[in-house]
Design a protein around this ligand. Sequence first.
Ligand code: TYD
Length: 221
Amino acid sequence: MREEENLSLFITFEGPEGSGKTTQMELLSGYLEEKGYSALATREPGGTSIGDQIRAVLLDTHNTEMLPASEALLFSAARAQIVNRVIRPHLAQGGIVLCDRYADSTLAYQGYGHGLDLEMLHTITALATEELKPDLTIYLDIDVEEGLRRKLAAHKAGKTEWNRMDRQETAFHRRVRDGYLQMAAREPDRWLVIDATQPLEAIQALIRARVEAKLDARCSR
Ligand code: TYD
């Protein structure tokens, strides 16, 4: 690991279904490791033993009767575990954490998607995250139909699951995307919005440029 203690950086990846954020996160993780940074890549829900058990309940297609409030609380419970047990400890050591989805997913899916009160979700999130906010959120934007088509194709090829959230109606996924775009517009310094229909390498180049800028800003402090 590099010597500078204050290099810690918390980067989250967000996007509607099929936006390719997991692939981009893995590419960035490899790049940062090659450059000598201690980069930890993880995902939500999951990333801890308790989180993985909660993930199974949340995404099980048999759980058709789950209420949006239960969803919000379960995603938040999984988040509390990963923040306290995985993310904070790594940041405290000066590392970089990359997380595939984070609290903005709860605002987008349970808030904008299901219509739960956003203020209430902010309060639950503050409890779950101990108020830890990302330094940078990379949002891969894609048209909802195109994203769902891509995800279904990946599922048919045996590459991903088709989970309970994917089964929501298209209008739900549209509200999720609109919610993301609203949140990104409100906090342009934190969010990097990228058109996810661009070639994979072009997207990765945009991500690296912004991350490098963040790291340079940290070094020169
Ligand atoms: P996953 O298979 O990890 O999907 P993706 O590759 O799109 O991240 O499933 C996670 C699903 O859970 C995804 O549909 C988004 C949803 N989700 C929420 O609804 N709220 C949340 O707080 C989080 C973290 C995820």
